[in-house]
Design a protein around this ligand. Structure first.
Ligand code: FES
Length: 73
């Protein structure tokens, strides 16, 4: 959620995450919190789901990550 993330297209990536949660009725089950890239902006944007960290997340990769992580819910 830092300015470096947004300069790397994070506005669109965040919208895709929010839309995925809405489309899959996960808004009540998943807590979405913004943060900086866990002190590793060089790897940002970083997405943390549970204990897993995904680095260099883009609008092209985020939906695949969401499907992988939430397909069982
Ligand atoms: S907060 Fe620094 S790149 Fe994401």
């Amino acid at each position: 959620m830092g300015s470096s993330c947004f300069s790397r297209g994070n506005k669109k990536t965040l919208q895709l995450v929010q839309q995925y949660l809405k489309d899959h009725q996960l808004e009540r089950e998943v807590i979405l919190k913004g943060n900086h890239c866990f002190s590793d902006c060089s790897s940002g944007p970083v997405l943390k789901i549970g204990a897993k960290l995904y680095e260099h997340v883009t609008q092209d990769t985020v939906l695949e990550i969401m499907q992988k992580e939430f397909s069982d819910l």
